[in-house]
Design a protein around this ligand. Structure first.
Ligand code: GLP
Length: 224
């Protein structure tokens, strides 16, 4: 069972996780980060930008991307560019999104000696990255079909639910679990129930985030 640190506000959630990222980058300028998207990490990215850290040697791997035009305003490539990459001194060649062939993406992670710090959010159905319920705990980077629930949840970012991509590429649960350290960020009491199920319930592929109970170095931060 993992203990969850409860924070007083979204600002505190963002600055607490920014402290962890800052400490990691300062300790090891060659840090490899796995990064999430969605609404939860927006405050974290704002905070990291304000801190003007040196990203020149940092390498990033995004957790997932929609299968869609990368130039679309709601693509995760656009999201990362607007919210972090173009506001820091990270080298464009150092930021990676899952790509085909997936074995080459996985090789890139492995050859860079693995992910030092993986920041995660959680979906309302317990998904992490785009590993939907039923994903194998051994899964690697691959194309996935998004669940009805995820499509509905993410429709708030699109003009209409019909515009939400139905497929994505995600880092697998096996890939994520090889990260040396994992931080799970959870924002909002609508996520409290699934967080409790994931952290205190059965470890099962029906609740992908429950796999985190098996990781030795996970920190969970929640704010209402
Ligand atoms: C998307 C992303 C996930 C993210 C989840 C939660 O589905 N692929 O990586 O954790 O949304 O998003 P939010 O923070 O907006 O609730």
């Amino acid at each position: 069972m993992k203990s969850t640190k409860i924070l007083k506000s979204y600002n505190e959630l963002s600055s607490t996780v920014a402290n962890i990222v800052e400490e990691q980058i300062t300790k090891n300028p060659l840090t490899k980060l796995a990064l999430p998207t969605g609404s939860t990490p927006l405050g974290l990215y704002d905070e990291l930008v304000k801190r003007k850290l040196d990203w020149s040697l940092v390498i990033t791997f995004n957790l997932d991307v929609y299968l869609m035009n990368v130039k679309h305003p709601q693509s995760y490539q656009t999201y990362m560019r607007k919210n972090l990459f173009e506001k820091t001194n990270i080298y464009p060649d150092h930021s990676h999104f899952p790509f085909r062939p997936f074995s080459a993406f996985e090789d890139k992670i492995e050859k860079s000696m693995g992910i030092d710090l993986c920041i995660l959010g959680i979906g309302s159905n317990g998904h992490i990255a785009f590993n939907e319920p039923g994903s194998s705990f051994d899964s690697r980077t691959r194309v996935v079909e998004l669940s009805e629930q995820t499509i509905e949840d993410n429709s708030r970012f699109f003009d209409s639910i019909d515009d939400v991509p139905k497929q994505a590429i995600t880092m697998g649960l096996g890939t994520i679990m090889e990260s040396k350290k994992i931080v799970l960020m959870v924002n909002g009491d609508h996520k409290l129930n699934i967080l409790n199920v994931a952290m205190n319930g059965e470890v099962t592929e029906d609740v992908p985030a429950s796999i985190l109970q098996n990781h030795e170095n996970v920190e969970v931060y929640y704010c209402e």
